[in-house]
Design a protein around this ligand. Structure first.
Ligand SMILES: O=C(CO)[C@H](O)[C@H](O)COP(=O)(O)O
Ligand SMILES: [Co+2]
Length: 217
């Protein structure tokens, strides 16, 4: 087990003080900042979009890991790259032409991720696993922060780890939703590389310390 990449989700931050929240993450052991984009169509909630991502980027000294929970992501990836995204993740369920979407993201010079809803089998990524930098396994149904972790995630992580190693690929496994101190170690033992944590970090009394604890769990 190697040291995990920790990506706090800004969705759970205080939006009225976004600069202060980003500066807090700059001063923490967070590796990336996870930016959740929701369109109200692919998921039943709207978060924020390109100008807010740009504002986060202007204050951040860490890579932005942009999670697009939107339909037709191909229409927006260029704008998110321009707004500062380094990693762009699209949903398998939103992409009938997934291979093309992945190439588009990579051609822009970004790392490409694919997210899977809780009901989507990891085997569906076998034919693109060599092409992607990261798989984001959703451990809640996308659309809201603060939901309960789905236990079936561990099985998916183990299955995906095997697919990645059989392919000789270096794809990272990210876990997104309901991550906390109680499930982090088991997720890393199962093969996860990146932990996204929103409410667990931002609703804690000392977010910097909470991030450090996740980093060394
Ligand atoms: O993509 C997401 C929701 O769709 C968020 O990244 C995720 O929910 C993280 O928040 P929390 O740690 O509060 O569950
Ligand atoms: Co997310």
């Amino acid at each position: 087990m190697t040291t995990p990449i920790i990506a706090p989700s800004i969705l759970a931050a205080d939006f009225a003080n976004i600069q202060r929240e980003v500066e807090m993450l700059n001063n923490s052991e967070a590796d990336w900042i996870h930016v959740d984009i929701m369109d109200g169509i692919f998921v039943p909630n709207i978060s924020f979009g390109i100008p807010v991502t740009q504002a986060i980027h202007e204050h951040a000294n860490k890579p932005l890991d942009v999670h697009l929970m939107i339909e037709k992501p191909e229409n927006y990836v260029q704008a998110f790259k321009k707004a500062g995204a380094e990693i762009i993740t699209v949903h398998y369920e939103a992409c009938p032409h997934l291979h093309r979407n992945i190439q588009q993201i990579k051609d822009l010079g970004c790392k490409a991720g694919v997210a899977l809803n809780p009901h989507t089998n990891v085997q569906l990524l076998e034919d693109v696993i060599q092409d992607i930098d990261m798989v984001c396994i959703m451990s809640v149904n996308p659309g809201f922060g603060g939901q309960k972790f789905i236990e079936n995630t561990y099985k998916k992580v183990r299955q995906l780890k095997e697919i990645i190693s059989d392919a000789g690929a270096t794809t990272l496994i990210e876990i997104d939703g309901g991550v906390n101190q109680d499930n982090a170690k088991d997720l890393l033992d199962a093969g996860a590389d990146v932990l996204v944590a929103g409410s667990f970090v931002f609703s804690s009394e000392d977010p910097i310390n909470t991030i450090s604890k996740l980093k060394t769990v």
